[in-house]
Design a protein around this ligand. Structure first.
Ligand code: CMC
Length: 391
């Protein structure tokens, strides 16, 4: 009963008001609190963008320093949390570990669950932003059988993450500035993207008043899918499978074939019907990282050629399919040394700030209600129960 707007996939429903992020998909514009993503990626830092998303304005120098110190103070995780990892098989996908361990944080911070209190919300947000690198690095360390590396608060947010991931206790770890800067840029590019599937999941989970750590775990679960954050892993696997540029046309034909489930991963977007502005920065960053590490990955040539051929193909032109943020990121992450199954974990790490900023915005909204979509019922009409021996 009742008449509802039917909008499967929410292609035309605004679920909330938000002052965080603006996207003009036709023009390929992405602004955080009004600032263009290109300017933020080139000139800002992930800590500064995090402050901006959480607080609405760019910080002054003392504000940024204080914020960075606060985040540093929360980088360690409860020693007990490390036991959770041991329950997983060594070959567990790190995203499955992330879902479990981040959800488990909810058991450690009962004080953070008084979500009506803005201070408690802020502390929960800071804890999440600070602990994600530690938890992500531990997931990696567990998979390769190396000891967990404790945070080093003398390093930057991103430098510390690199050390916890690639450092070992037996050796000094030196952060390579170009890698640190590229990684920081990648984090900025993933920080927020308005009401995408995982952010909407976090908002919906949070709308019932649920524990914030559990809500972020829900967001991580949603992000994992290959249509969303899992696309960065899928895109690099696809490029590896394609291999050399001569094989590209075959895959383009497959992507166009409606009887073949294959899609070009890292291509197309619900909102962008133009070049994803994040993909532009990402493509430039590939070159910076290659130069700094003095490496060259032939898959980059394959990716460039794939982009070129797709953008000149009537199918992709007509459907307005362009490379998205996930198309080039894998090539950079691969060059830095991350295994493919860590790519989506890095996305989750960076998107955590967007998730908590959106969650805070929602809880602070006086008009906030529990999210409760309706449906168009398509099942049987009322009928009488038949006992099992009469069926
Ligand atoms: N390759 C081939 N055809 C495609 C692709 C693609 N990558 N993307 C969309 N299409 C076609 C699709 O088949 C459909 O054709 P038709 O209208 O004839 O049925 C049309 O383009 C519209 O696609 P849709 O699936 O109805 O659009 P959507 O807004 O529901 O999906 C998307 C958006 C991102 C899920 C989709 O483009 C896709 O699956 N892309 C590949 C996965 C990917 O790269 N995801 C990352 C998204 S960006 C960052 C993130 O969220 O992580």
């Amino acid at each position: 009963t009742g008449m509802f707007t039917f909008d499967p996939g929410f292609t035309s429903t605004a679920s909330c008001e938000s002052a965080l992020t603006y996207i003009d998909g036709d023009e390929g514009v992405l602004l955080h609190r009004g600032y263009p993503i290109g300017q933020l990626a080139e000139q800002s830092s992930f800590m500064e963008v995090s402050y901006l998303l959480l607080n609405g304005e760019l910080p002054s120098k003392p504000e940024l320093d204080a914020f960075t110190r606060t985040i540093s103070r929360h980088t360690m995780v409860h020693e007990q949390l490390s036991s959770f990892y041991k329950g997983f098989r060594r070959d567990a996908h790190p995203m499955s570990i992330m879902c479990g361990v981040v959800g488990a944080l909810s058991a450690f911070y009962h004080d953070s669950t008084d979500i009506a209190d803005p201070l408690q919300r802020r502390i929960a947000s800071h804890r999440l932003i600070a602990k994600m690198p530690t938890i992500a690095a531990m997931a990696y360390k567990y998979s390769v059988g190396q000891p967990f590396v404790y945070p080093d608060n003398s390093l930057s947010y991103t430098g510390n993450f690199l050390k916890m991931t690639f450092g070992v206790p037996a050796e000094e770890y030196e952060v390579i500035p170009a890698v640190e800067s590229a990684m920081d840029k990648i984090f900025i590019l993933h920080a927020d993207h308005e009401q995408n599937a995982s952010t909407s999941t976090v908002r919906l989970a949070g709308s019932s008043g649920a524990n914030p750590f559990a809500c972020i775990a829900a967001g991580i679960a949603c992000l994992w899918g290959p249509a969303h954050g899992g696309a960065n892993e899928a895109a690099l696997n696809m490029l590896k499978e394609i291999g050399t540029p001569d094989r590209i046309p075959h895959y383009i034909e497959r992507a166009k074939d409606k009887n073949d489930p294959f899609r070009l991963m890292g291509f197309g977007h619900r909102v962008y019907k133009n070049y994803d502005p994040r993909a532009i920065v990402m493509q430039q960053t590939v070159r910076e990282v290659f130069d700094a590490l003095k490496v060259n990955d032939p898959l980059f040539e394959t990716a460039l050629e794939l982009e070129h051929l797709a953008l000149n193909d009537p199918y992709f032109i007509e459907k307005k399919l362009f490379p998205n943020v996930d198309f080039y990121s894998g090539i950079i992450l691969n060059a830095i040394g991350f295994p493919t199954d860590m790519f989506t974990v890095l996305f989750a790490l960076a998107r955590t700030v967007g998730w908590v900023a959106q969650w805070n915005e929602m809880i602070s909204d006086p008009g906030q209600k529990i999210g409760r979509p309706r449906q168009l019922y398509t099942g049987p009409t009322q009928r009488d129960y038949v006992p099992v021996d009469k069926r």
